[in-house]
Design a binder for this molecule. Sequence first.
Ligand code: FCB
Length: 468
Amino acid sequence: MPKIFPKDFLWGAATSSYQIEGSLDADGRGPSVWDTFAARPGAIEDGTDGRGACDHYRRYRQDVGLMSELGLQAYRFSIAWPRIQPTGRGPGNAAGLDFYDRLVDALLEKGIEPYVTLNHWDIPQALHDAGGWPARGTVKAFVDYAEIVARRLGDRVASWCTHNEPWCISHLGFVNGEHAPGDKDLHRGILTSHHLLLSHGLAVPVIREHAKPGADVGIVLNLVPGFPASNSPADADALRRFDGMFNRWYCDPLFGRGYPQDVVDDHIHDGGLPEGSRADALPFVHPGDLEAIATPIDYLGINYYSRAICRGPEEGNAERIIAEPPEDIKTDMGWEVYPDGLRRLLVDVHQTYRPKALYVTENGAAYATPPSDDGRVHDTRRLNYFHGHLGACHDAIAEGVPLAGYFAWSLFDNYEWAFGYTKRFGLVWVDYDTQERIPKDSARWYRDVIAAGEVLDVDGYGDSRGDS
Ligand code: FCB
């Protein structure tokens, strides 16, 4: 059966500011927490930072040309907050705003829909120094920033996202210290999650007020469907716990259910909240906060890469373990390739929370496949990854999920956070020395998929010289 998508399904690709722009000192940009974190010895696998990246800040026109050649209908990118407000407060920096203004115009000229994310992690360092996400004052700072950007771009941008992956900021940034700012403090992570959600909810009406009528405003979550390693009660509890901390802690309040008590109990157990804490009376949740967080959104964006197999504590081992996937189906990130997890996740979210619309705002795989002697990049494993996951999207639509579009992660190989330049997710190969771009086999396939509106067979696209 051919897997044909609805006519108005939106096909895109995604990137983020710190990962591709470079030019960190240009035009009055202030430092972000990622500049500072990347400078910490040992924080980044290859010791690099985002200063070179894809040099997109200077090459954006050429890059938009490439997007057009690939037939992209939408481009999801993020605004670097420190380009707009170098210290996170005060009036907008004209040169920074001008850059995104030009980018938006360049996209629209080519008929590509700009899909703007306001916070893809690079909060100004000065704002972090003044308290950052664990401090309630940052909520207002974010709403002010959102207003500055919406006032400037709102006449042309019809798709808005407040935050990208609040779990990653809260948990990787503040609880296990793998991301900027590198804290290890569960309580600060919990405060961060609340302030991210609250600032999202308060920004939604502000963006709507300044954006063109009918503009869509939403948020992007990285959701991970969990599966128990066995039928044991310990594994069932590991799954409950994982799903609570990762998925429900964010989805429940966004869709009007408040924070889940079982996750509050887990947080108490782990020392992040005081004994006796109640989900409906958390001291940092002020009257009106939950209503604000649950402000209706136009869509929910889901970033999906893999699933989690959850295993409970083993005899004599208090740690809860996420089981390792088999070696042969892992990407370079060590993540299992599991397309049906995406179908299941989309169906579950649709049935549980009923968002008006859903987008897959990121999905992709890291494989380092270099160019072959013929100068092309035969990334057969990535091709297969996209083939499987787009099939899963199609299956979800067939099951009634209002999935409105798909964004491949990523348009380019880029700076993969704590992994530096060691992981390549791009549809397009980037030579970081010369800044040459080579669309990979997966990009040629994706271009044809977009043109056909159908999940095409991968035969004839890969090549054994690559990584099949
Ligand atoms: C997501 C991030 C994105 C990229 C991919 C691989 O968590 O949103 O920036 O790093 O993972």
